[in-house]
Design a protein around this ligand. Sequence first.
Ligand SMILES: [Zn+2]
Length: 256
Amino acid sequence: MTKADDETGVLLYAFTCGYITLPTTYFIAGGEGKTKVPACTFLIDHPRGYALFDTGFSDRFVGLDKGLGKIVDMPEDHPISDRLEALGIDPARIDWIINSHLHLDHAGGNRLVPNATVIVQEPEWEFGLAGEDGAYAKEDFDTGHRVKKIAGEYDLFGDGTVTVFPTPGHTPGHQSCRVKTATGEAVLAGDCCNFRRSLDEMKPPEQVHNLDHYRGSLATLSELRRAGARIFYGHDPEFWSQVPQASELDLTTIES
Ligand SMILES: [Zn+2]
């Protein structure tokens, strides 16, 4: 049994699962200096099951200060399994993991959620496995989980409340998720839109996999925002600081 029922509708929770410090141009073209950004993850509690949107960094970064550990900060209580347990939820009870994409700041916690089926766009899975991009770590995502490879939009519970949709550009098979709750509609963007400013200025990062696709994905999000959805930007420290952690989100209080 989940906490959500027909009366509450879908409940949404946000967690930070680690941080990474990178040149700001990695997130937005023309950005200055470096920015420490959160790895943002979400629990979607639906009357018929639990889904995660992204799982943040792996617990192998806890206490690591060499290699990638120099730019990844993973506090001891940040792994997704700890986040869930702190809410009283056994990670083994999570039914689905929706990975926006398979980079190591988004799929790192998959291993800690053993019984979930991973939902990923087919081109993302193929590209990750090809191993051409250093931001993918096979040990994070090639885990033996059941993988449901999809192509295009996917209505997870068949009732229109949780809809996965492609937002390519950052990677070939990037996807985002629309979640309808009793307090409004959330769009969990992932890295198709890093900052609020990315959308305000329609500005991609300096390096993208496909610029035309990236611009198209920003346009899709812009339309959703205009229609009243709350956009949860992929890596915006300022936006994220107003999002309450580990409690039921009331979307009327979120300014996007
Ligand atoms: Zn990312």
